[in-house]
Design a protein around this ligand. Sequence first.
Ligand SMILES: [Zn+2]
Length: 59
Amino acid sequence: MCVRCDEMTDDPVVVSEVHQNSGPGWNVYACRACAPYYPPLPDVLDLLPGRRGEGEAGP
Ligand SMILES: [Zn+2]
């Protein structure tokens, strides 16, 4: 479901990743129309060891 317009989309785009100290984090999705309103994912995730390639292009 799109985080901005709250509509279901068949083609969601990950616009943000939420990380918590306790428990699993989650991804924030937006539809294609709303995705441009959000900044790209921060590169810091790629700089952290062990995060590379995790959760990318999932189903
Ligand atoms: Zn939307």
